[in-house]
Ligand binder design. Structure first.
Ligand SMILES: Cc1cc2nc3c(=O)[nH]c(=O)nc-3n(C[C@H](O)[C@H](O)[C@H](O)COP(=O)(O)OP(=O)(O)OC[C@H]3O[C@@H](n4cnc5c(N)ncnc54)[C@H](O)[C@@H]3O)c2cc1C
Length: 337
């Protein structure tokens, strides 16, 4: 395989027929920057119909072109037709890299078409870079329990496939190009060959307390928490601050809080204005998921890693500090600092 035969980068635009999922737009913005360095063109790949207004949003991220796929087999998301579409397209156009949102669907079909193309697929990178010497994309992510940042490349094979978790990159559109190419492809997939069919749809219970990705304030509780009975004070603090509760992975593992509240590399990525952590040691797997305007950390260990990340650190017992903050908020004018 000659790497030079593979050019341009693709971003998959996930959608529900009405709206483009934010992750595709975020990826277009980030991959635009990579393409500006490599000289590649950026194409957005859309499977099935998407309203013009949504395509305009994609254009605003600076794409050079669209690849619009129609045909049979796309009435509902299924990994067979989606993986086939990318395999067929990739064999025809030889892209250098394909980026897919790390959603439930993206994590399903991206590794499958990577296997069909006999290439490499990485998941959950927190940073993307490019090595001009080798021409390889660098997928950078925490590894070995967060002790190191691993740089993963696909050095020999093409295309380089990666799934990236929603919220990893900011949505910062650079504006539409004057000319945007549109390639229309018809790729039929036999519906009889689809191995998974939806048997019903039960919407997720829409508990707004569990939607922390866009919360302005988060009170994050870590493994320092003794047990579930000690949790209520942190809920109270979050309520007083007009914020929401979040947690580290051990709290989910211990069955104290649901997975949707887990913040970090394998959980939710958050960008609050205020983030207060209690009993969180500061593993990079967790902190990589936090982009806070103001970061306050409370931990009893003065040498805890978390104090390297925060703007203000409080060394003390987490329950005592939480109670004190609640008392001050109740006694004062509702301001913490
Ligand atoms: C591939 C991979 C992905 C991962 N993804 C995630 C992820 O998405 N999110 C995530 O959170 N983790 C993730 N992890 C786990 C991560 O590496 C850490 O193990 C985890 O973040 C540690 O959580 P913690 O800080 O709450 O617990 P600990 O590391 O156990 O820290 C507890 C802290 O509480 C303090 N403490 C104890 N008692 C008190 C007290 N009374 N008062 C004050 N402080 C106290 C201690 O000093 C300590 O600093 C991942 C790991 C791997 C390998």
């Amino acid at each position: 395989m000659n790497k030079n035969d593979y050019k341009n980068m693709w971003v998959y635009i996930e959608h529900d027929g009405k709206t483009a999922a934010p992750v595709g737009l975020e990826l277009c913005c980030e991959v635009r920057k990579l393409c500006d360095r490599t000289g590649d063109r950026l194409y957005a790949v859309v499977i099935g119909a998407l309203p013009e207004t949504e395509l305009e949003k994609v254009k605003a991220c600076g794409v050079d072109g669209f690849i619009l796929v129609s045909g049979t087999g796309y009435d509902f998301f299924n990994t067979d037709a989606w993986a086939n579409a990318f395999t067929v397209l990739s064999r025809k156009y030889n892209p250098s890299a394909i980026f897919v949102g790390g959603t439930v669907d993206g994590r399903d079909f991206a590794p499958r078409f990577a296997v069909q193309l006999e290439t490499g697929c990485t998941s959950d990178a927190m940073e993307l870079d490019w090595d001009p010497e080798t021409g390889d994309i660098q997928f950078i992510e925490p590894a070995v329990g967060g002790k190191i940042m691993a740089v993963i490349t696909v050095p020999v094979l093409r295309p380089q496939v990666g799934t990236i978790r929603p919220g990893t990159f900011p949505y910062a559109p650079v504006g539409a190009k004057e000319r945007v190419e549109v390639i229309e492809e018809r790729i039929d997939f036999d519906p009889a060959a689809i191995r998974c069919h939806p048997v019903g749809f039960i919407p997720d219970e829409n508990d707004p307390e569990l939607d922390i990705a866009h919360a302005d304030c988060i009170v994050c509780v870590g493994n320092g928490l003794k047990d579930g009975e000690h949790l209520e004070r942190y809920r109270t603090l979050a309520r007083l601050l007009g914020g929401k509760l979040g947690c580290t992975r051990p709290l989910y593992d211990r069955g104290i809080l649901p997975y949707k509240l887990q913040i970090g590399q394998s959980g939710v990525m958050v960008k609050p204005k205020l983030y207060i952590s209690f009993g969180v040691s500061g593993a990079v797997n967790h902190t990589a998921g936090v982009d806070a305007g103001l970061f306050i950390a409370v931990d009893k260990n003065p040498n805890a890693q978390i104090f390297n990340y925060c703007d203000y650190g409080i060394v003390g017992d987490m329950d005592e500090v939480c109670d004190e903050l609640i008392a001050r908020l109740r006694a004062g004018d509702g301001k913490l600092i």
